[in-house]
Design a binder for this molecule. Sequence first.
Ligand code: ATP
Ligand code: MG
Length: 399
Amino acid sequence: MYNTNYDYIVCRYGELSTKGKNRKNFIACLTRNVRAQLKDFPALTYQETYDRLYITLNGENGLEVSESLRKVFGLSSFSLAMKCERDLDVIAKLATDLIQEEEGKTFKIMARRHDKTFEHISDTINRHVATSILQNTEWKVDVRQPDVKVIVEIRSDSAYVMLKKIEGAKGYPVGIQGKAMLMLSGGIDSPVAGYLMMKRGVKLEAIHFASPPYTSAEAQKKVTDLAQQLTEYQNEIKVHIVPFTDVQLEIYKKVPESYAITIMRRFMLRIGNELANRRNCLAIANGESLGQVASQTLHSMKEITNIPSLPILRPLITYDKIEIIDLAKEIDTYETSILPFEDCCTIFTPKKPTTKPHGDKIERYESAFDIDALVKDAVDRIETLTLKRGEVENTEMFL
Ligand code: ATP
Ligand code: MG
């Protein structure tokens, strides 16, 4: 692993296919997110250029900073680095010193001039540095599968030498695509859906439907724990808890069992939309996966979404359960998701929900409700929590 003597981290931007103003926005948003992610390291200073973000450690621990950086979407990779003057001998000496701290036997030099006015071409730099390492150490060259790649970057003011690329989280910086309202249940799917949306640059707020006393405080804690987990990727997240008991009880009084889920989903969507609009969200996101349950057949989805709505984003729509579980384990939400507490959906689950609801029946059943009043009442009674990364006590306070 790295020694801790490095003074800089050089960050490489992710999918930067965009140009001009969009590129500027991308970089500004990414830098903002990196700063927020690294707020616990106050000595760090930042310098952004059109193709790199340079972080000066100023004594902060490079390994700890790297651990945090790995969660920032929009970075393709980054490297711990040392800086030196733009002199071939100085660069070669630095590279030679650094490689002796590493494990391995073979290396390759990868020099790149970001400043094309530098007097030596990349090939000359490669040869010069390689010669120094070969003469002063036991290391050998292997251009195909080297144990260590020595990266040399020549900038206009100085040179950077680094020995490893650490994988970044990829994707787009969170927030670059605006904000969406994530429907967060206590299940396995929706936190994973949230993660994937954030990875595409969408900032999230979360909405959760709770039906106390039928759903427990533990069930709610599970949801806030899951949301807390998402703050690893987005510094702060708002969780809106909707009191859903009244709506659910009315549904079970007025709607035949086989249609209860369909109508319930439509109410969730209406409430979600009302809140999303109030909170300036551009879309709703959920964890639906095609065919997973009765409400997630295409027939069902067509009828459930047959109401005015923001775009509904379903990042998991083609995923099978195994893929979703693997991702849930990767982002550390799985263990929380499988805790056994009842969700509002599981409590009122009918024995035989329809997989092919009919629009005319839905219309007939819904005519028995004062829909606008129910939606408004639920939205007005929402309780909102703001969860911040690293501040776990917030979620516990709520119980
Ligand atoms: P998950 O899908 O998260 O594993 P689940 O399987 O219990 O939970 P489904 O019945 O598959 O949930 O619901 C599909 C989607 O509807 C969920 O992924 C989630 O986005 C949304 N949803 C379900 N129940 C709730 C709830 N109580 N609050 C907020 N959103 C919910
Ligand atoms: Mg599900």
